[in-house]
Design a protein around this ligand. Structure first.
Ligand code: MG
Length: 261
């Protein structure tokens, strides 16, 4: 009798472990790089691109953030955009610049406010600034604003700057995913830093395909950018990466759907 009970417990445990395993082996998720911008009316890093990424149900919408000369936060990719350097200009000067779809350059506050109506995750990249002090001020302002808008559970931080990565890990609520983009640190080094995983350019994983499994074995995730060709998407899906960041979210969704059948 006792033996039967033990057997049942063992069987239940095995089933639970199997269920957990299949949850772990989730499908690759889609992140729209600078939002979904290759569609009518949209532009890179616009509010429209965020809304459109959400409308096609992307897991996340990536965007880039700068700290302005007057310590405000704006959303844009380029160091110098249409003649304006975000870190040298005031917020007023930055937001007077129009994106290619006619929208003013958004502030992070506008992005956060709009995100409250949406469900896509915010993949927030802090650009490397001229000084570590600027990056610290930016990370402090970002983490505070995300909290104030009730978006703590919706954000993931990424940066090419190791200093910015460390600051997000220090400042953000425990469990907030933070990823490093620059590609030279191996999975164990990322784990030791407290990163959620590797978010690297695809050539890094072509060179070190074993890093994908190593990240998973360490309980970390793998995100890959910026992947726009079908054959590269297929290779990464086969290698079970967790996220692909792409300018072609619809193409990636089609490939994932086809693979499911
Ligand atoms: Mg970016």
């Amino acid at each position: 009798m006792k033996f039967m009970k033990l057997k049942r417990i063992l069987l239940t445990s095995a089933l639970l472990i199997a269920a957990y395993g299949s949850l772990q082996a989730q499908q690759t998720q889609v992140i729209a790089h600078r939002g979904f911008w290759q569609t009518p009316g949209s532009a890179q890093n616009s509010i429209t691109a965020l809304v459109k990424a959400d409308s096609i149900r992307c897991y996340g919408s990536e965007f880039d953030v700068w700290l302005t000369a007057d310590n405000r936060l704006v959303v844009n990719h380029d160091d110098i955009f249409k003649g304006v350097s975000s870190q040298d200009a005031t917020e007023a000067v930055c937001t007077a610049v129009r994106l290619d779809n006619g929208e003013p350059m958004p502030t992070l506050r506008q992005y956060a406010l709009k995100s409250r109506e949406l469900s896509t995750r915010l993949i927030l990249e802090l650009k490397p600034h001229r000084t570590p002090e600027q990056e610290t001020r930016a990370a402090e302002g970002i983490v505070r604003m995300i909290h104030d808008y009730g978006l703590d559970g919706r954000v993931e931080y990424i940066s090419f700057s190791l200093h910015a990565v460390k600051e997000f890990i220090r400042l953000a609520p425990a469990g907030t995913p933070v990823y490093y983009l620059n590609g030279e640190l191996d999975p164990q080094a990322l784990k030791d830093l407290g990163c959620a995983g590797a978010d690297y350019e695809q050539s890094v994983f072509r060179q070190h395909p074993e890093w994908i499994e190593q990240c998973h074995a360490l309980g970390m995730k793998v995100n890959v950018w910026t992947v726009n060709r079908a054959e590269d998407m297929e290779w990464l899906i086969e290698h079970k990466v967790d996220y692909i960041t792409t300018n072609e979210p619809l193409l990636l969704q089609q490939i994932l759907q086809k693979n499911q059948k």
